[in-house]
Design a binder for this molecule. Structure first.
Ligand code: AMP
Ligand code: MN
Ligand code: MN
Ligand code: MN
Length: 289
């Protein structure tokens, strides 16, 4: 740290509540974040802003600075990418309509995955009642994700834990894997920018992209008004951290930090736990209200 400068506040800008595939209510999530030393928290549920009002008042009560957010599902060149919008106008009609359409697509996709699982395991020693499990998963959340279906598979005894459910059933190339086509990167950035959001590309190291393709993605992301890359994430390797920091500098992007917390039963990414940013990077937190 440079003498006389105070350390940057701990900003966890990637958190999920039960409004998508997290398990805590927004108020409980904010209290846990504050207890764990987080100083600024963003609620970034998948494809919904529903929990933001509750989180905002709970954060106020515990002295935590709060940022409303959303993690939007998008497609770029057949790759699913997650785009985080921070502090959008919550009453923006175009953004609300965009998110509602994705939620409807998610519901249909989960039912399609369930049908595929059932079809692919018909006649097997232990056939998967995929349609029933998908219906249960859809009923369990207004934003049904594969994590809900993974939990239903675990609950019904088809996998030992959710990680195994992805490895055995839902992941790329597995019986329940379906190609997906979400709204484009361009449409996603346009709707987030017009709602006044700061736009962050989530977990860039996790996409199945070559380094050349990732550079092309970042060129388009930057040209379309994206402002930051998630660099300080939980569990990232030193090598990936270094690679993302280099890309942030190269494209003039700010850096974001966040745990991607979903569930207190998962020990490795509680709120506030993520890799420290190299000191020279501009933080997205510094741009927030
Ligand atoms: P979806 O957006 O419906 O494709 O669901 C993806 C969600 O499932 C992510 O947001 C994670 O919360 C979770 N997820 C994805 N892969 C895994 C995995 N291997 N183990 C546990 N959770 C996962
Ligand atoms: Mn998730
Ligand atoms: Mn994500
Ligand atoms: Mn997330």
């Amino acid at each position: 740290m440079i003498a006389g400068m105070s350390p940057a506040p701990v900003a966890d800008l990637h958190l999920h509540s039960l409004h998508s595939d997290g398990v805590l209510a927004p108020a409980a999530l904010m209290r846990l974040a504050a207890e764990r030393g987080v100083e600024r928290a963003a609620l970034t549920d998948h494809d919904t802003l529903e929990g933001c009002a509750e989180a905002a008042s709970a954060a106020l009560a515990v002295g935590l600075r709060f940022t409303a957010g959303v993690e939007v599902t998008a497609s770029w060149n057949a790759q699913t990418v997650h785009i985080i919008g921070l502090q959008p106008r919550l009453d923006d009609g175009a953004l609300q309509a965009h998110l509602a359409a994705i939620r409807e697509q998610r519901r249909q996709r989960l039912l399609d995955i369930g049908e595929r699982l059932e079809h692919r395991t018909r006649g097997a020693r232990k056939p998967v009642p995929g349609r029933t499990l998908a219906t249960l998963a859809c009923a369990s959340s207004p934003v049904p994700t594969r994590l809900h279906l993974a939990r239903a598979l675990v609950e019904a005894g088809f996998s030992a834990d959710v990680g195994a459910a992805f490895d055995e059933w839902l992941g790329h190339g597995k019986p329940g894997y379906l190609a997906e086509h979400w709204p484009s990167l361009e449409a996603t950035l346009a709707v987030l920018r017009s709602a006044g959001a700061e736009v962050v590309l989530a977990h860039p190291h996790r996409y199945r992209l070559s380094s050349g393709a990732l550079r092309r993605l970042l060129e388009e992301f930057t040209a379309q008004g994206g402002c930051a890359l998630e660099v300080g994430v939980a569990g990232i390797s030193p090598n990936d951290l270094d690679r993302l920091a280099t890309l942030a500098r190269r494209y003039g992007l700010a850096a974001s930090t966040g745990s991607d917390f979903h569930d207190p039963a998962v020990p490795w990414n509680p709120p506030g736990r993520f890799a420290k940013l190299p000191a020279d990077l501009e933080t997205v937190a510094a741009r927030l209200r």
